[in-house]
Write a protein that binds this ligand. Structure first.
Ligand code: 13P
Length: 265
């Protein structure tokens, strides 16, 4: 479901997933460098996902700016005896507007299932957070021709939490093919576009209005030298950046690429 006029309904977003990297000094430096670049609020919207321990620093440095940030995970209960877990309210308390859910590293290393992902999406929405839900196939699944089946399962699992027509989209999706994460292998722009169009189609089958409005980000070895060609695709609304988000100069070049694409829409 290609929409050649995406700029009319969907802003471009660039998100940086720092994963388990960084100490306070790094967070201060990176956040300040992004603020100093003077990004405008509209294009692109920039969202940082630091580890939990760095949220207070990001909050302190970026408070009142157009920069947004979020947690990399949350637990579905609101409070109680859940040692080691973090609730949506705790993230909100640190100024978070977003939360990453279902990243492939959590699905693979921490055995998060589609059921768990849905519980977390509902908990995030209940706390007033915008979930950024990650989906994507492994190399083996792609080679076996199962990409669409895997994505259908992952998308259909979260559809019960999708907003109603007439509202703004209440979540963001990030397509991150697992074989492209941290490997330097990127899905080609046309290959990624094909998958994004498929995913938008899955959402359209449930709710065409939200399908037009929902942001679908691409993730997996997004760098300064491939960002513009990816973000120019009609159904790719920006990127979720891992490794390259840890270097201010590289990350800012990716934001700049998004800005150029946004201006051309
Ligand atoms: P890389 O950009 O390092 O490939 O990581 C992508 C990712 O997993 C972002 O969530």
């Amino acid at each position: 479901m290609t929409n050649g006029r995406k700029g009319d309904v969907r802003p471009i977003m660039v998100a940086g997933n720092w994963k388990m990297n960084g100490l306070n000094a790094d967070a201060e430096h990176l956040t300040q460098a992004i603020l100093d670049a003077g990004l405008t609020p509209a294009s692109p919207e920039v969202v940082l996902f630091p580890p939990f321990t760095l949220l207070p620093m990001v909050h302190q440095v970026a408070k009142g700016s157009s920069l947004r940030w979020g947690g990399q995970n949350l637990f579905w209960e609101s409070h109680g005896a859940y040692t080691g877990e973090i609730s949506g309210a705790m993230l909100r308390d640190h100024g978070c507007r977003y939360v990453l859910i279902g990243h492939s590293e959590r699905r693979q290393i921490f055995q998060e299932t589609d059921e768990i992902v849905l519980k977390k999406v509902k908990a995030a929405l209940h706390s007033g957070l915008i979930p950024m839900v990650c989906i994507g196939e492994s190399e083996q699944e792609r080679l076996q021709g199962n990409t669409e089946e895997v994505l259908r399962r992952q998308v259909e699992a979260i559809l019960p939490a999708l907003g109603s027509a007439g509202q703004q989209a209440n979540m963001v999706l990030a397509y991150e093919p697992i074989w492209a994460i941290g490997t330097g292998k990127t899905a080609g722009p046309e290959q990624a576009q094909e998958v994004h169009a498929f995913v938008r189609g899955l959402i359209a089958a449930k709710n065409p209005d939200i399908a037009r409005k929902i942001l679908l980000l691409y993730g997996g070895s997004v760098k300064a030298n491939n960002a513009q060609s990816l973000f120019s695709q009609p159904d790719i609304d920006g990127g979720l950046v891992g490794g390259a988000s840890l270097q201010a100069a590289e990350f800012l070049q990716i934001c700049q690429a998004a800005h150029v694409v946004a201006r051309g829409l």
